[in-house]
Design a binder for this molecule. Structure first.
Ligand code: IMP
Length: 430
């Protein structure tokens, strides 16, 4: 039985929601392995729209186990709010259907405060974070002073850990000339939220091993995209977790044998939110049109996304470092009606042609894309469910992309509707 991981191959917002929903309907367990409530997935099921940030997408479908792994940073207040939100929409959430790793790191209000303060102080160097406290929480994790889910179960441990954490951050806050934290306020807040979180605490790694032994299908649900990976993305304009596929395992406590297929979600053009290099960005009418037709506003923060042509050098990099076996190409319909479509096939850097994504940030800012022009199509691809329904030029575009990125299309999505999908290869049947 194949287990599948879904990751983004660009800067997030590739349209994972629909694909993850399609795959989760065919799996038994859905598990989130990195990121936090900086993510935003929109699912439309039987006419009801669900906007999820932290909960795995499987939660909205009955009979599945949804898991939040140790690699996720959890804001307990955001989680409690999201559970309430979907409960109000008629979805039952119980300790049977939702499991949270004991060793997951908590995001506290102080992390959000630090995230905002730092962004505010960074001027032109700001990252454009979601201000959800993601970076500061991961820093505390690797700094070995984080508060983890399991700590909520032991008040004595919690008191000690809160004191240490607050001492650490007060030094920073003092340096910034900011109001310092009172450890007993932090403790009180945590104790007040404990009852909403602890019932879901579980031994996630063991639950997943047992699910595997029982032949259950597992879907590993990634957030953000490879170009936001803290090591392999456009550092420092990245998120603070590894978004590549091996994190699906380290972020839930599973071994290499647990994963059989990695599906990379790839938008037919490119978008990014926040600051940082974006070689194929179109700060012109084309960019405006892509944004308008593609409704490119953040699910979570409402921010307008930057838009540009597809960059096959970057996607090839994502496929290589992300371990992607096949792609799900999304939003092809947004390109309908463009007379000419451009594909970035290489870069010029300091007068030299290069065919790889450079690592130095200044090089990522300085590369000049080399484009290949492809004839567009005037017919609509919206809602197509088979290759026969696609204009010949659209098929040519897809085939050329496959050639350039060195990876095949497993799924092609032609509208937000679940059934408007062309299935080339079922990732679960690998
Ligand atoms: P952070 O993850 O909030 O620290 O933000 C770091 C960078 O990642 C910023 O450029 C954000 O806009 C971007 N980012 C974080 N989460 C997402 C996402 O789910 N989709 C797209 N971009 C994201």
């Amino acid at each position: 039985m194949a287990n599948v991981a879904v990751i983004g191959s660009q800067w997030g917002d590739e349209g994972k929601g629909k694909i993850v929903d399609w795959l989760s309907s065919r799996s038994d367990v859905v598990v989130r392995f990195q990121g936090g409530h900086n993510a935003g997935h929109t699912l439309v099921i039987d006419g009801v729209t669900y906007k999820l940030s932290l909960l795995p997408s499987g939660i909205v479908r009955g009979g599945k186990i949804s898991i939040i792994g140790n690699g996720v940073v959890i804001d307990p207040w955001a989680l409690a709010k999201e559970i309430q939100y979907i409960t109000d929409l008629g979805i039952m959430v119980s300790p049977e259907s939702l499991k949270i790793a004991e060793n997951a790191t908590l995001i506290l209000p102080l992390h959000q405060r630090l995230d905002s303060l730092r962004e505010g102080l960074s001027g032109d160097d700001k990252i454009g974070t979601t201000k959800r406290g993601i970076g500061p929480a991961y820093e505390d994790k690797v700094g070995r002073r984080a508060i983890r889910v399991t700590d909520l179960a032991n008040e004595k441990t919690l008191v000690n850990k809160v004191n240490k954490l607050v001492n650490h951050h007060n030094i920073v806050l003092r340096g910034m000339g900011e109001k310092e934290l009172n450890p007993s306020d932090v403790l009180k807040e945590l104790i007040a939220i404990t009852d909403k979180i602890l019932p879901y605490m579980a031994r996630v790694s063991i639950i997943l091993s047992e699910a595997r032994k029982a032949g259950k299908r597992i879907l590993f649900e990634g957030a953000q995209g490879v170009m936001l990976d803290v090591d392999h993305g456009t550092y420092p304009f990245v998120t603070s977790s590894n978004t590549i596929s091996p994190t699906a395992l380290s972020g839930v406590g599973q071994n290499l044998k647990a994963l059989n297929f990695v599906l990379g979600i790839t938008k037919a053009y490119t978008t990014r939110v926040g600051e940082g290099p974006f070689p194929t960005e179109q700060e012109n009418e084309t960019g405006e049109e892509l944004g308008k037709k593609g409704h490119e506003f953040g699910t979570n923060t409402g921010r307008k996304r930057r838009c540009g042509w597809i960059d096959t050098v970057m996607v090839r990099h994502a496929i290589e470092v992300g371990g992607i076996d096949g792609i799900a190409l999304t939003k092809l319909d947004v390109l309908d009606g463009f007379e000419t479509i451009k594909i970035c096939v290489g870069y010029k850097l300091n007068g030299k042609v290069i065919d790889y994504f450079p690592i130095a940030s200044e090089d990522q800012f300085n590369v000049i894309p080399i484009y290949e022009d492809i004839k567009g199509w005037s017919d609509s691809t919206y809602g197509a469910r088979s290759w026969n329904e696609l204009p010949a030029e659209a098929i040519k575009y897809v085939k050329r992309l496959e050639e350039l990125i060195g990876c095949s299309v497993s799924l092609l999505s032609t509208s937000p509707e679940r059934d408007d999908t062309i299935l080339v290869k079922d990732p679960f049947e690998d």
